[in-house]
Design a protein around this ligand. Structure first.
Ligand code: PGA
Length: 251
């Protein structure tokens, strides 16, 4: 995996047939990408995405996984299951999972553990709510999310972790963090990781920004010193926009 990573988070969008069609549209547009490209699709689209990306460098991500290998967890999917089918990545701790489906820092930590044990690469999402930013506690909130989620993760395992900073107030709202705001928190995350591990680990870490990143604002956001990529929601569902973002990263 390279340092710069642009990942699409499709959320609960696209049927398998639609996923195949969208990936087939994306493929030629990103064939010469200088950054790593990932599509994060609904569980039922994973096989279609794996088939459609075969022979390309596009990675495929799930949007959640459970920490146990198997068992009585109705509606959940084990990291091991994803690994066996050939999925390389999993998005964990997304704010929508935290807000609507009860994920906590502690459960995210367990999911990270399960994913790393299964051999997956994790895209770990962190970010503050608007009230928290207004209270001036963004730094504490994000630092705690990072520290708890990485509890027990070794320096070697950290090489399979990407952190996505996604201010919740910027997700799906059209309100992007300014490039400075994005960079400030990404730099803080890097500092937290430096404290937990060491300078080299912090330097190597891929830190993405996410939250209304689009074809227009991507270049400025991706030009920031501590922003190493993007986690893209809405704009990832349109092949030309997604490809513009992929090509906006100057590596
Ligand atoms: P958005 O979503 O780009 O639609 O704001 C980003 C995300 O939730 O990952």
């Amino acid at each position: 995996m390279g340092k710069y990573v642009i990942a699409g988070n499709w959320k609960m969008n696209k049927t398998p047939a639609e996923a195949t069609a969208l990936i087939n549209e994306i493929k030629p547009l990103v064939a010469d990408a200088k950054v790593d490209v990932i599509v994060g699709v609904p569980f039922i689209d994973l096989q279609a995405a794996l088939d459609a990306t075969k022979g390309t460098k596009i990675g495929v991500a799930a949007q959640n996984c459970h920490w146990e290998k198997s068992g009585a967890f109705t509606g959940e999917i084990a990291a091991e299951m994803l690994k066996e089918m050939g999925v390389g990545y999993v998005i964990l701790g997304h704010s929508e999972r935290r807000t609507y489906f009860g994920d906590t820092n502690e459960s995210v930590q367990k999911r990270v553990r399960g994913a790393l044990d299964a051999g997956l690469t994790v895209i770990l999402c962190v970010g503050e709510y608007l009230e928290q930013r207004e209270q001036g506690i963004t730094g504490e909130i994000v630092a705690t999310q990072v520290k708890v989620a990485l509890g027990g993760v070794s320096a070697e395992e950290l090489k399979r972790v990407i952190i996505a900073y996604e201010p919740v107030w910027a997700i799906g709202t059209g309100k992007t963090a300014t490039a400075e705001q994005a960079n400030e928190v990404c730099a803080l995350i890097r500092d937290v990781v430096k404290g937990l591990y060491n300078e080299a680990a912090a330097k190597e870490l891929t830190i993405q920004y996410g939250g209304s990143m689009n074809a227009k604002n991507a270049e400025e956001l991706l030009a920031q010193s501590d922003v190493d990529g993007g986690l893209i929601g809405g704009a990832a569902l349109k092949a030309p926009d997604f490809s513009t973002i992929v090509h906006a990263a100057k590596v």
